[in-house]
Design a protein around this ligand. Sequence first.
Ligand code: AVI
Length: 320
Amino acid sequence: ALANEASVATTQKAPCDARFLADVLKGLSSQPKSLSPKYFYDENGSRYFDEICQLQEYYPYKAELALLPRVASDVAALLTDDYSVVEFGAGSLQKIQPFFNALKGIKSFYPIDISGDYLRATTKKLQAQYPHIAMQAIEADFTLPVELPLTRARRLGFFPGSTIGNFTPQQAKNFLSNARATLGDGAHLIIGVDTKKSPDILHRAYNDKKGVTKRFNLNVLSRINRELQCDLNISDFEHYAFYNPVEGCIEMHLVSQSHQKVSIAGTAITFNSGETIHTESSYKYTPQEFMQLAQSAGWLVERTWLADDAMFSTYLLKVA
Ligand code: AVI
């Protein structure tokens, strides 16, 4: 089966540009206007995100990274078979490495990400460090079904970084159900989830002093201008992020400071002064809330790890 793995093709080839255009037109024609956070991650956006992870205020990255060696050694004691690891929304591929070091049964690794060039570059580097693990980057939108290569080994999913928080709770449930189907019987999933905490800490994490999160947010407009031949006046948009305690999420917006009219592929889009584009939600879950979400999607929580001061949580899920 491993021989087949080198020649796998994904199910989601060409129409990425067409989908981007259709999604942007739909989102900017809606009331309120919105854009999917998955469009942050072109090459520039992926680099901005890596920069966010190094910020003092952005605690999730550091809290999770500090937790992972403990998670990896506990998981190594529990999962002793051969595994094929599938990372959803992989980027810099830093977080999987403690697992490669601890779990001796990892035979293959399939990182999936929408930002293909970046993913291929990071996979190549990782392959050089772990030559005994068969690796293949899969350029795909993991929010849609992804065709994985056949393997003899059981599948171990890895979804760190609280990327699940960027889905609405309903989308998160759908993702977990799809992941269960994609990973198959006997699978496990290790998932990182940000916790509910002081709104002040949350607010600072998405309003950093250096303005990197602001650049990350505004970059989606640069992408629209460049890829869809548009001329949005980017300096007229303001980054606005706040914690919504009723919904239990950070909301990130771009608020137009002027009346603007642009054309995208022949469709006129108007922004009133003060009108917002909702670009991201980042949901936070208590362990109790996450356990219920996982159960509703056919998973059982086998282990829970909490970072210091419960700043972040990691779960090992198994198929119910
Ligand atoms: C990728 N995702 C989990 C990040 C988050 O915290 O929701 C994206 C991000 N947005 C602003 N800063 C970081």
